[in-house]
Design a protein. Structure first.
Length: 381
């Protein structure tokens, strides 16, 4: 097969068709990365480098990103050298058998080395390491939809607990039967967005509601939105003149302060009409800070989804086209299955998944996304 790096792999019993030249554009890029790593090492070893801590941190971060690529590229080049040295020994009758074994073994390793190198060359999502703002809203299905929203919130909460991430409820509107009409939370942890970014979309459930007396299966749905947390609200251009801030009396459970002060806050971004509100904090100041955080994430999300929509118009994109109504997954309780429609994956472990055991499901989505990126890299080079 043709590799992204320009190799053609012939059967191991023949050398015909074996090209040992990596595509010039890829090799040139990798050579530049090797040189850049050497340059950074020299800069970091220079006297007084720690005097400018911002520059020092920038260099150490860049080095941490470059080193795995360079190490893998060096392993790839070493394999090339091993083949060349073994081929030079073929003319020696005493070394021929050893040389042929060495060539076959090294060529067998090359595809794996190449794939690992390809993965390291894939563009990184700058938001992957960030925490997330997670929103779950009940959709069609009335009370059952709200109960399902509660089930989804528990699923993500339990998954977060398995990762030792923190879950902080920002805003919640409970339904009469104990579910949520809407719940917004922050999931804080390194890599949270990389794990959960494919969860945005419509989630459909098929099950017999607790209120159903005749055992009929009902279908309802919720929408999920996963947004990377904005590092600082100031990272998003929010002109104070574009904001309308309203305060009102909080309602619902929450303690004696509820309904006594105008502690709840609603912030409206007038140019876009995007609204964020919070009433779960114990002060107007805390609620305003939380609402601004959600508002900034939502505005940033609109910008990102506009870009994704353009990408998705030409290539499959698991993060979605920006249409939150797009059905991505079905949870069928009578059959005990969860089906992700984007990658045609069905897992018959619904109880475990609803209890937060999402590793296999999220891993499959990440692998499919990576395969799509590799295909795109091959087309570009």
């Amino acid at each position: 097969m043709d590799g992204v790096l320009g190799y053609h792999y012939a059967p191991s019993n023949t050398r015909a068709g074996w090209l040992t030249e990596m595509k010039a554009s890829i090799r040139q890029k990798l050579d530049l990365l090797v040189d850049r790593l050497d340059e950074i090492d020299r800069m970091l070893s220079a006297p007084g480098v720690a005097n400018d801590m911002d520059q020092f941190r920038k260099l150490t971060r860049e080095r941490a990103e470059l080193e795995p690529v360079v190490v893998q590229f060096n392993a790839f080049r070493q394999a090339e050298n091993d083949i060349a040295e073994a081929e030079a020994m073929l003319a020696d009758p005493d070394m021929r058998e050893f040389a042929e074994e060495e060539i076959a073994a090294t060529k067998a390793r090359l595809p794996e080395l190449e794939v690992d190198l390809q993965k390291l060359l894939l563009p990184r999502d700058p938001n992957d390491e960030k925490s997330v703002i997670l929103e779950i809203r009940a959709g069609t299905g009335g009370d059952e939809s709200a109960l399902f929203a509660g089930s989804l919130f528990r699923m993500y909460t339990r998954f977060a607990e398995r990762q030792r991430w923190q879950v902080e409820v920002i805003s919640a509107s409970e339904s009469d039967l104990g579910g949520y009409r809407e719940v917004i939370c922050r999931i804080g942890g390194t890599g949270a967005y990389s794990c959960l970014k494919f969860e945005s979309g419509a989630h459909r459930v098929q099950r017999v509601p607790e209120t159903e007396t005749q055992g009929r299966i009902h279908t309802s749905a919720c929408t999920v939105a996963v947004m990377p947390e904005v590092d600082e609200v100031g990272d998003v251009d929010l002109n104070p003149a574009d904001l309308r801030i309203d305060t009102y009396r909080a309602s619902g459970a929450g303690g004696q302060h509820i309904n006594k002060t105008d502690s709840a806050v609603r912030v409206t971004h007038l140019p876009t009409g995007i609204v964020a509100e919070c009433q779960d904090g114990r002060s107007q100041h805390a609620n305003k800070a939380s609402a601004m955080k959600v508002l900034a994430a939502r505005i940033k999300d609109v910008q990102v989804r506009a870009q994704q929509s353009h990408i998705a118009s030409t290539r499959k994109n698991l993060i979605g086209s920006g249409d939150r109504s797009e059905r991505i997954r079905t949870y069928n309780f009578p059959q005990g299955r969860v089906t992700d429609h984007r990658i045609n994956l069905t897992l018959y472990k619904i109880a475990a998944i609803m209890d937060g055991d999402m590793g296999e499901l999220l891993g499959a989505l990440a692998a499919e996304h990576q395969a799509d990126q590799l295909a795109e890299l091959a087309e570009q080079n």
